[in-house]
Design a protein around this ligand. Structure first.
Ligand code: ADP
Length: 337
């Protein structure tokens, strides 16, 4: 970052489900963040998240930490009595008036896709051990050669899913997406299991067994593989397919099995669509980001297996340590542009 320019201390990514904050903490006093239980500290760069539906908590956090005083003058030099803060995501539009009214700050809006790509490129170029693969329970960090970074496919799994082909700094195209994303997992999960939060749903899924509900190839073929077309008996033929039988009700299934099956279905589907798009454009590397992943082994394993299976080992699924803050980081680094 260019130190001759004023570096601001706050950038926001306001998504459909979560608000992500990236900011510099000058004094290193992190007690308030710990109290909120919502942030990780990396040196002086801090990360925090809030549920969008609880936006008042976010406003209070910013006010308490006086982050709203660290904005910049208008980027184009337009005189104004208010400070500007970089903001991206749909909420940068939706909540602009609220932030102006409650905190007296204006948003300098950054495009969402541009910020996502900017965040990933920044991380891959400057943060060591940022990217890793996860397969068969093995996490392996991947050092990316900066001269051999492009092209790659970025799959951001937020409330919905965006798939972006990245060819360079600021060179990208949104080539696909799916509405079956993190919001679907959380929304359906809440309806089906009565869980109140994402963390509760994840915890539940941890103890579940998807085979109780999913219809496997072996269920159809009497326990054997369908080897002629390369399907093992344990491959899922139909997610939630067993629930059609025996006149069973939702109450007859354990919520943990439902949560597990749902997580598997969403992750598998995204992995498969990602692979198909990578194939479409001849891309070998696929980076997965977004808060849906949350570093969860089961999710990463399912996505990796889907990519590995469909590409016959040709394409690689990779994950990022700062997966949930890609857009916010991109907006943050854009202060230096
Ligand atoms: P968006 O920008 O659309 O809000 P995110 O990248 O922030 O997208 O991801 C949101 C998704 O992350 C949710 O749909 C949910 O699946 C998952 N998630 C992870 N942690 C949480 C949490 N604490 N609360 C709600 N959703 C969460």
């Amino acid at each position: 970052m260019d130190s001759t320019k004023k570096i601001s201390h706050l950038a926001l990514d306001i998504g459909g489900t979560l608000i992500k904050l990236v900011y510099f903490s000058a004094n290193g006093d992190y007690s308030e963040e710990s109290r909120n239980g919502c942030s990780v500290v990396h040196g002086k760069l801090c990360f925090a998240k809030f549920e969008t539906r609880k936006i008042d908590d976010c406003l209070e956090f910013i006010r308490f930490n006086i982050l709203h005083h660290s904005g910049v003058q208008h980027p184009n030099g337009v005189a104004h009595d208010k400070l500007y803060v970089k903001a991206t995501g749909g909420g940068a539009f939706k909540f602009a008036d609220l932030f102006k009214e409650k905190l007296g700050i204006l948003f300098d809006k950054e495009d969402e896709m541009h910020s996502l790509v900017g965040g990933v490129n920044f991380l891959l170029k400057t943060v060591p051990r940022e990217a890793f693969t996860y397969l068969d329970g093995q996490k392996e960090f991947v050092e990316i050669d900066h001269n051999d970074l492009y092209p790659y496919l970025l799959v951001n799994i937020g409330s919905g899913v965006s798939m972006i082909k990245v060819d360079g700094d600021g060179k990208y195209e949104r080539i696909s997406g799916t509405s079956l994303g993190g919001g679907t997992f959380l929304g359906l999960g809440k309806l089906l299991t009565k869980c109140k939060s994402f963390d509760e749903l994840l915890e539940l899924s941890h103890h579940g067994n998807n085979r109780v509900i999913d219809m496997l190839v072996g269920d159809i073929y009497g326990g054997t593989d369908y080897s002629k077309i390369g399907l093992s008996s344990t491959a899922i033929a139909s997610s939630f397919g067993k629930a059609i039988s025996d006149g069973k009700e939702l109450e007859d299934y354990q919520p943990e099995d439902v949560a597990r099956s749902l997580l598997r279905m969403i992750s598998n589907n995204i992995g498969q669509i990602a692979y198909l798009n990578a194939l479409r454009f001849g891309l070998k590397r696929i980076f997965f980001g977004g808060f849906f992943i949350r570093g969860l082994e089961y999710t990463m394993d399912t996505i990796s297996v889907a990519v590995h299976f469909w590409s016959r080992g040709e394409a690689k699924a990779m994950f990022l340590r700062h997966e949930g803050f890609l857009g916010a980081l991109g907006a943050f680094t854009s202060y230096s542009n």
